[in-house]
Design a protein around this ligand. Sequence first.
Ligand code: PLP
Length: 458
Amino acid sequence: MALLLGWRKEGGSVMKSFLIKPVLDENYKKISHGKGVFLYDEDGKRYIDGSSGAVTCSIGHGVEEIIEVMNEQAQKISFVYRSHFTNEPAEKLAEELARVLPGSLNFSFFVNSGSEAVETALKVALQYWQEKGQYRKTKIISRWMSYHGITIGSLSLSGHTDRRFRFVPLLDTSPTIHPPYCYRCPYDLTYPDCQLKCAAELEVAIKRIGADHIAAFIAEPVIGAAGGAITPPHGYYQRLKEICGKHNILFIADEVMTGIGRTGKMLASEHWNFVPDIVALGKGLSAGYTPLAAAVVSDHVMEPIVMGSKMIMSGHTYSANPQSTAVGLAVLNYIEKNQLVSESLRKGSILLNELRKLQVKYSIVGEVRGVGMLTGMEFVSDIFKRIPFRKEINLTNFIVMKAKENGLIVYPSSTGIEGDSGDAILIAPPLTITEEELQLLIDLLDKTLYEVEKHLQV
Ligand code: PLP
């Protein structure tokens, strides 16, 4: 997928243009406005936002209540430096997060992006062990086929080949294990006979490296951008959590994409009954209205830090700014008032059901998966042998573009097969979508897949 990288002045003109024009997307328009689940471009064309942008706008666009809060907060104060003053929206949001999140996830450290939230989580994990005098515990184990962010630290833990390859010399060589990718089991086994060998792999990795060198394990509960909504089998996370507990390793859940109701629970971890030691939140925390993310830390992890150096050695200029935290608070209120977490679960099962009907209809759809309003579709050239399309076909991009032509936005994903050639998309509309709008989304996806198959002549 072509990315917008910046703007420049062209030929002395004051007109702005794209620094790198997206070569693959002729239909790269300026957006004019959005309302609810719909976006409108400069030509007045309407799109249904079937992926909430980058799985971000979970309450839809142009929500008046949020806009009012933004205006009110801007009238009071937009920015204050956190070392000089605290502020009410940040304190209230931290309080509310402690109330709605499970376990003793009671300490919020606010940042501006999911990548920063992950970086903060890593730093907290290392600091935790240092405060306890365990200076050798510095390694973080992650899973190949994961996306934890674009900064060097978070990218080091990500198995997203396309995003990594230019920066490999700067990336830390963190150990990785296989993901719970049952559709293409790395061991060629089937659940439950596999006895969760992919989870047991964590213990093998720990034994190889030595538990006294490992600070934490990090995982996205549902693998989003790098996996097309890979959803683990039951028992998988409990097993991982057990292994981490047994070897004194912290469990960081990267819930940047899955958190704040996206999967039908406040945290996706709750589906599998485990409470992470540290959680990274982003995206849905401010639902796209302002940049906001957070690392949320459990009491037992904070304790040695509070007793020791008394501060988390991190922070950005905009951390905990009142404008963004006021939005986060308003979004959380809106989600609770409209019961969007349970709605996500209910409408998510309708969505999954409809996607499965499309799977039966179209032979390029290998698997449909997901939980709540985070669903994915993986595409194959041979449904029986599960053979991916050749990378040169660039199928994901083609599907995303065709959908866009038809007025539907879906999110390009990949499955990391043969260096990210696996084709997949995410379908993750705002949690506020009505059943009628959901049907429109499905109809447009149906039309898109019909056209794609016709193009491929399958
Ligand atoms: N973690 C996960 C699971 C993500 O999906 C993303 C972004 O897609 C990130 C981290 C990075 O977040 P951001 O793009 O806000 O830096």
